[in-house]
Ligand binder design. Sequence first.
Ligand SMILES: Cc1cc2nc3c(=O)[nH]c(=O)nc-3n(C[C@H](O)[C@H](O)[C@H](O)COP(=O)(O)O)c2cc1C
Length: 269
Amino acid sequence: MNTSELIRSRRSVRTFDGRSIEPDITENILEYAKNAENPYGIPIEWKILNSEKDRVSSPVIVGTDTFIAGKMKRIPHAEEAFGYSFEKVVLFALSLGIGTTWIAGTMPRSAFEKAMNLGADEVMPCMSPLGYIAKKMSVRETMMRNGIKADTRFDFSALFFDGSFDNTLQPGNMRDLKLPLELVRLSPSAVNKQPWRVVVDGEKVHFYEKRSKGYVTNGWDTQKIDMGIAICHFVCGLDELNIKASMTVSDPCIACPAETNYIATFTIQ
Ligand SMILES: Cc1cc2nc3c(=O)[nH]c(=O)nc-3n(C[C@H](O)[C@H](O)[C@H](O)COP(=O)(O)O)c2cc1C
């Protein structure tokens, strides 16, 4: 499968089939994670955790004893950087037949932070189970998915704009950005809120975060992790089409709707 196929076939997996993952597969994932860079150049330290040895688990996960988590310094852009690198790991795991779920909330956080030896200046934004996908979802998983409409995404017209937030981007004006933008649209996000908004202005593609209430705690913005995931998917789409682009953080000061803030700009070469 190429990356866009992996993105299209990925879903959160909360029910696993009970088989343990072979050590060479977890080592392969860990090695990939250690090399998974992000456009912010922020390093992340990764660890594979075991429920028995490390005393970790999640109330929404059944059928696996293996988890992966990452920690990093609590610095500006840590959220987007984590979103970008962790999503690369998620897609790599899927390429090996291993299911994952981004988990920021439904876990005993202190147990995971202890297992990660978290320092006072560090943050462990999310963890994910790793395991073989069960044929059938648990009743709880099905109910969770229905509750947050996990199988749906907003339409293109609600997410992508042409020059300013006043004009929706028409299919005829997407040029070769159709695939990268479709991959942005398919990104996973916390509670499926889909905060990404994009303004295409000539060769510039500006990413914005449409904030929902309740996702910022002590200056830490979980929805910026979603933005990192969306940016990762955008870059996957560009790479697949061999389109070169560079990313900068330089606000073009386009008038924004309420609760919408600038994140990053790609300049297509
Ligand atoms: C940053 C982030 C945090 C998330 N936290 C949780 C969580 O705590 N528990 C959970 O069950 N799912 C969590 N999810 C999974 C989302 O609910 C899921 O990605 C979304 O509903 C879309 O469904 P899909 O991943 O199957 O496409 C999280 C996703 C992201 C991106």
